[in-house]
Structure formats: structure tokens, C-alpha cells
Design a protein around this ligand. Structure first.
Ligand SMILES: Cc1cc2nc3c(=O)[nH]c(=O)nc-3n(C[C@H](O)[C@H](O)[C@H](O)COP(=O)(O)O)c2cc1C
Length: 208
């Protein structure tokens, strides 16, 4: 099957959304925790978290345009700069999915979706207790992507909390940490590590 730019543009909204959300391949499954200045906690699933650099340790995620119903995560981050990124595991993947429902700003997804808030020293925003792989983040800047009105929200890791079992030979092993991957907007995958290679040097190329 081949889709031209015109075919893509002429797809109905839902078909286009489902296809284009899946074309990047597997995306990381994370819950972003935040809290408003009026102390209402918020939790939402995001598949767009991306590594931006290791020194300083920067991560970004894409926040779609705010509407009256959606965008509480961004609003909270703009209020106090604190948020957490929590890996999703199979044991609570369904709970995590339903955090994408349009709850009002006065409601906490933690409560409605059966997930537990956990607070750590020096990080204002709530972590997800059930997650064994999580990061406390400090907002740095938001870049507007003018072409579609989305924002790339950039933050620096302040605290990294990983279960010991996820560290295998000084490497993070996402199979061991039981982290989950996402395709599109509603399909979740377990991860299986299939290979590990040394740093690639031209002079050390295997014979292909
Ligand atoms: C699998 C999945 C991945 C999602 N990824 C993103 C994302 O990367 N960026 C985004 O803005 N919304 C994403 N959403 C939608 C948000 O979860 C949804 O809009 C949510 O209500 C936002 O919550 P908030 O208003 O509390 O911030 C995703 C939804 C699902 C189901």
C-alpha cells in the first residue's frame, strides 16, 4: 500500500490520526505527573518523550495545543516548573491509558485511574508509586513548533529513580525494567532486548 501526501490529507480525521501516530515505530510509554499551585495533582500519558542531550541531562516532550479541556500538564508546568516522568509497566497499562480521558482541572487522574501519588524530597510534582523507573524534572523552556501549534517542552532531570533490577552490567535494560512501548494512540507492547553491540568504529566493522 502506498499513501501519497494527497491521500494522507484526504483520509478522515480518525484514520489519519491512527496511521500517522504509528509511523514512527515504537514510542516510549510514560506518565507525566504534575501539580497545580492550588495543590491539585495531575497525571497524563505521553508517548512523545525524547532524549535531547546527556550533559546537561535534557528530555523533551510534545504538548499538543491547549484547549479548555486539555493541557493541564502544561499549565501546571508553567505554574511551578516541576513535573515527573514515570515509565509505564504492564501491571498498570490500562490505568495509564485512561489518564488520557478529559478529566476536569479539579479532578486528579491519580484518583480516577487507580494510581498512587508518591512525593520525594526536592521535587514538588507527584511521582507514580507503581512505576519502578521515574524521573523528577525541572522545566527549562518550551519551543513552539509553528507549523502545527504544538510545543516542545524541555526539562532537566533532577532525580532519577530506577529499580536495581533494571541495571544490567551498568546499562539500563528496558526488558528487565518491564517498560512498555506504544504504537499509535492505543496499542501497547512489551519490549524484548534482541542485541547489544560495541561503539561502532569504521576500523572495527564486522565482515558483512
Ligand atoms: C497513548 C497515548 C499517547 C499520548 N501522547 C501524547 C503526547 O505525546 N502529547 C500530548 O500532548 N498528548 C498525548 N496524549 C493525549 C493526552 O494524554 C491527553 O490529551 C490528556 O488528556 C492530557 O492530559 P492533561 O490535560 O491533564 O495534560 C496521548 C494519549 C495517548 C492515549
Amino acid at each position: 500500500m502506498i499513501y501519497t501526501k494527497k491521500d494522507i490529507e484526504h483520509l478522515d480525521r480518525i484514520s489519519r490520526l491512527k496511521i500517522i501516530n504509528a509511523v514512527t515505530g515504537i514510542k516510549p510509554a510514560n506518565l507525566i505527573g504534575s501539580i497545580s499551585d492550588s495543590k491539585i495533582s495531575n497525571l497524563a500519558i505521553f508517548s512523545s518523550v525524547v532524549h535531547l542531550g546527556s550533559n546537561p541531562a535534557l528530555l523533551g516532550f510534545i504538548s499538543r495545543p491547549q484547549t479548555p479541556e486539555v493541557g493541564h500538564t502544561l499549565r501546571n508546568i508553567q505554574e511551578n516548573g516541576s513535573y515527573t516522568i514515570n515509565h509505564i509497566h504492564p501491571s498498570f497499562v490500562e490505568n495509564a491509558h485512561y489518564t488520557s480521558a478529559k478529566f476536569s482541572q479539579e479532578e486528579s487522574e491519580f484518583e480516577h485511574c487507580g494510581l498512587t501519588q508518591e512525593y520525594h524530597k526536592d521535587i514538588l510534582a507527584p511521582f507514580v508509586k507503581q512505576s519502578t523507573f521515574k524521573m523528577g524534572m525541572q522545566f527549562i523552556e518550551a519551543l513552539e513548533i509553528k507549523h502545527n501549534g504544538t510545543l516542545m517542552v524541555i526539562g532537566e532531570i533532577q532525580k532519577l529513580i530506577i529499580d536495581d533490577s533494571a541495571m544490567v552490567d551498568d546499562d539500563i535494560d528496558l526488558q528487565a525494567s518491564n517498560s512498555v512501548g506504544i504504537s499509535g494512540l492505543n496499542s501497547y507492547y512489551a519490549l524484548k532486548k534482541i542485541a547489544q553491540f560495541p561503539y561502532a568504529r569504521v576500523e572495527e566493522l564486522p565482515k558483512f
